[in-house]
Design a protein around this ligand. Structure first.
Ligand SMILES: CC(C)(COP(=O)(O)OP(=O)(O)OC[C@H]1O[C@@H](n2cnc3c(N)ncnc32)[C@H](O)[C@@H]1OP(=O)(O)O)[C@@H](O)C(=O)NCCC(=O)NCCS
Length: 181
């Protein structure tokens, strides 16, 4: 378990898979993740089996939130994780989604991102964490800016989304920038 502020990360369990299938078939959620075909439970089970073959550092983690700090009730809302860690250069991509849309725009996405960054820099001694986001995903970009990411580049028209090409924005954070915050 990795503990944050009204938020914690735990390992993903097989019982979580039906929720992932529900969330990842929701058009509003899929939109930011470039998933264009419907996802089945069998595919998700296959994904889960393959997770166990990955390095434990690169397994996504379940995000649980505690909406009321006075109440010991934790709600599973999504996942986040470090992707293909480059150990030589101490750099990693990061990915996140909050599937429970009723909890969007309440700061949980930003707090989850802050916690995975802290984990990457302070537990894994990474030097750089970066991400990709579609230019059309203003909510995600705003959340990443709040977490401290800086835009560093643009892959022009790199994603075909809803019948048109959109730019893919690259954002990153260095450990030194994290320490200055
Ligand atoms: C991206 C995501 C993780 C953000 O989570 P969240 O809990 O909503 O994030 P936060 O509440 O911390 O921040 C959202 C910010 O975006 C703002 N926002 C919401 N819609 C917006 C829009 N259309 N344009 C601009 N800003 C917007 C909110 O007001 C908030 O900013 P504020 O705190 O300054 O008011 C979540 O929306 C999500 O999982 N989306 C679907 C999957 C996805 O797109 N993942 C990212 C792929 S790169």
């Amino acid at each position: 378990m990795i503990l944050g502020d009204q938020l914690r990360f735990r390992a993903i369990e097989k019982e979580d898979l039906p929720k992932f299938v529900k969330w990842l078939n929701d058009p509003e959620i899929k939109y930011g993740l470039s998933m264009v075909v419907p996802l089945s439970l069998a595919e998700e089970e296959n994904w889960f089996e393959n997770l166990l073959k990955r390095s434990s550092y690169e397994r996504p983690m379940a995000i649980e939130i505690q909406p009321d700090p006075q109440v010991d009730e934790w709600i599973f809302v999504g996942n986040c994780g470090l992707i293909q860690i480059d150990w030589q250069n101490r750099s990693s991509e990061v990915g996140i989604f909050i599937g429970e849309k009723g909890y969007w725009n309440q700061g949980f996405g930003t707090n989850a991102m802050r916690l995975i960054i802290k984990h990457g820099f302070e537990n894994l001694n990474l030097h750089r964490i970066w991400l990709r986001v579609f230019e059309t995903n203003q909510q995600a970009m705003r959340s990443y800016e709040k977490a401290g990411f800086t835009q560093e580049g643009i892959f022009r028209q790199a994603q075909y989304l809803d019948g048109k090409y959109v730019d893919v924005i690259i954002m990153s954070m260095l450990k030194s920038e994290w320490q200055e915050q």
